[in-house]
Write a protein that binds this ligand. Structure first.
Ligand code: AMP
Length: 259
């Protein structure tokens, strides 16, 4: 009851930081559940490193949202919002969207109630300037500094993962000719349709994407490494083992933050 009163007071006080913090208390009182703060978590890794798969598993395990700046931007472009109009040209050219637009969008998203216990950021930060902005924003909102997980996969392995990908146009099932081939070459196991390779999955396009990603990511890896926040996990192991490494890194980070 005391918690409920405190929550009500904080709501009445109208301070947004307090209000958000107390939303968790209110939830705690109503459900009787102890809510642990998780992360915040930043996932770094090349295209094909398995970040999307791991983000889903982390979301399910800890019940925190997966916030992908690429997804939010694409959604804004498809709905033709003000933000979408401003971001469209850069995205179509494969360039980064301006920092102030992306930072503002992230600041808004982090204020949603579902992100108060923690969140996973995917695709953000992309530059050291964004990382510096995020550090300041988290401190200003009295939130914990992030646990940064780098899903490390070698260049050759990434190339095989991406160039080996084949998709069924009918049921969307994805195979890999090196790691998960269909029973019969070039044909879907489920429906027998001819598999296809995405146009952007060819070696020339992929090696360009990987190099540009590396150019962007290495300064960030360096930035977080110097802060002692980087947790490197071996992304070449089977999915469940990568997940276990990530959970350990998150819980290790949380323990350190609570010391
Ligand atoms: P992604 O799905 O993460 O590859 O993002 C798709 C596109 O959205 C990128 O090519 C950029 O144009 C834009 N984008 C996503 N995240 C960011 C970010 N953190 N900073 C700037 N632009 C971004």
């Amino acid at each position: 009851m005391k918690g409920l009163l405190r929550a009500a007071d904080a709501f009445a006080a109208g301070d947004s930081g307090v209000k958000r913090g107390r939303m968790a208390s209110l939830f705690e009182v109503m459900t009787g559940r102890d809510i642990a703060v998780v992360g915040p978590i930043i996932l770094l890794g090349s295209p094909g490193a398995g970040k999307g798969t791991q983000a889903k598993l982390i979301t399910r395990h800890y019940g925190i949202p997966h916030i992908s700046t690429g997804d939010i931007l694409r959604d804004n472009v498809s709905r033709d919002t003000e933000l979408g109009k401003k971001a469209r040209a850069a995205m179509e050219q494969g360039d980064l969207v301006a920092d102030d637009l992306v930072n503002g969008m992230v600041a808004d998203r982090l204020r949603w109630p579902d992100a108060q216990r923690g969140f996973i950021l995917d695709g953000f930060p992309r530059t050291v300037a964004q990382a510096e902005w995020l550090d300041k924003e988290l401190a200003a909102e009295s939130r914990r500094a992030p646990v940064v997980i780098y899903v490390d996969v070698s260049y050759n392995q990434l190339l095989q993962r991406l160039t080996g990908r084949r998709t069924c146009p009918v049921d969307g099932k994805i195979y890999n000719i090196y790691f998960q081939p269909p029973l019969k070459q070039g044909v879907c196991d489920v429906c027998g349709t001819q598999l296809f390779q995405r146009v952007d999955d060819t070696e020339a396009v992929i090696s360009e994407r990987l190099k540009s990603y590396e150019r962007q990511t290495l300064p960030l890896v360096d930035y977080y490494n110097r802060q002692g926040r980087l947790r490197r996990v071996n992304g070449e192991l089977p999915v469940e083992q990568v997940t276990q490494q990530i959970f350990r890194a998150i819980e290790g980070g949380a323990a350190a933050a609570n010391d």
